[in-house]
Design a protein around this ligand. Sequence first.
Ligand SMILES: [Zn+2]
Length: 522
Amino acid sequence: MRKTLPVVFALMVSPTVLAEVVALKGATLIDGSGRAPQQDAVLVVDGERILAAGAPGKVKVPQGARLVDVTGRTIMPGIINAHGHVGLVAGGQNRADAYTRENVQAQLLQYERYGVTSVLTLGLNRDLVYELRDEQRRGGLPGASLFTAGRGIGAPDGAPPVPVAPDQVYRPKTPAEGVADVQEAAAHKPDFLKIWVDDVFGKFPKMQPAIFKAVIEAAHAKGLKVASHIFYLADAKAVIANGVDALAHSVRDRPVDAELVAMMKKRGTFYVATLNVDASFFALADDPALLDDPFLTGALPPESVQQFRSGEYRSKVAADPNVPKARAALENAMRNLKTLRDAGVRIAFGTDSGANPARIPGWAEHRELELMVRAGLSPMDALFKSPSWKVSTGLETIEHNQCRFCRIGNLNTGIGAAAESFWLKREVYFGFAELASEYGRVFNSNYRLGGGATLGTLVDITERWKVGVSGTYLQFPLGEKSHEWRVSAQQRYALHKNFAVRFEFNQRARTQEYLLNLHAYF
Ligand SMILES: [Zn+2]
């Protein structure tokens, strides 16, 4: 995580700390306004207050301020997790007796330590949660700000299939029981209501539509918003048609369609992708090196680290029939998140951390950011949109006709599309239709102009560093009439969101060439 994501530098100076003016210098600053990150920023903090933030020339650092060099780090606003849990896991296990004041408190502190400053605990809470929340709002309980959906409403002998005490979830058998449960929950003034509509890979009976219809209506009558656990596209549409306010997970059985997009946009329904949920089934078994990172192990009790390191855990994951389903679900979830985001659906951030030992509070939120970027959400490192334009220009030295080292200039534009897979880390397959022009004395009539196509693939090695191979065929009917095959191996290092430096080795029909190019993508 830390290798690829900014470390959150959470600003939570407790009031007991002696007020001292501190100037943090050299960080990349994401100021929360939606502006692009600022490099080499200065941030001035006085006790609990941020006095100023911005470029070094523009921010005045008060005399006597303590200077702290945070070069290479990122300062960003606290993360708001709209789907988390507390008090479900203790000592590396889901336990019905885990919901204690001490455990909840420790988990809120852990969230805060990882820069998650607010968490909405979306169900499976004992009523103790209201006491803790109210105590915190009076200033008596440190840690991430606690918002809660209380117990939540599931199905009898169905979802959520988690070992909890009977007073941690309602399981109404009829619409009338569902309404009574909403009324009891509403008396505690929860911040949200949660329902579960899922058969958990076909294993359990699902909540009946008549029940969720009655529950959503009753909740709205009490002024409560409702988030629904879903897996299937059909269930997502059914709960939205009945007025649900947020989908608490991704649609994962199939690609989302225009009907869902239209429903969500019309009603302003929020979408919380929780990509971490599906990844948590296999990520630690697939990539045990994650367990060498103190950023992860710092979020786990030692017995969990032992457990995840064991061969026994990896065999269990390898034998779990739900794991291949979770892999497919993650691919669908990533594609759907990108589709819904591009379509303008409202996206909220959430992870389902704390629901089981592999969904790790604090760490999961950083993992989720990484998965969202891989899903193509952030343009910071995205290569192509679909379709996308490219323009490139440069100087080349080629062997052509009778000239051995001939300098030519080129200008090349194209329109293309890309697809991706996640077999290794991330692979992008792309195709471009191109117009190409080349100028130089080596050509008869000093130029040639034509077009053709490129097909290729790029593989991510790190967030910024990619390698790839591609093949191009160009036909030049104007200027010097000719045609050419090119095969190319490239490496590309991203400098900024739309710029990249590329070093290429190209094998043409008769010659080899080396190119250093600056590319701009739009
Ligand atoms: Zn959950």
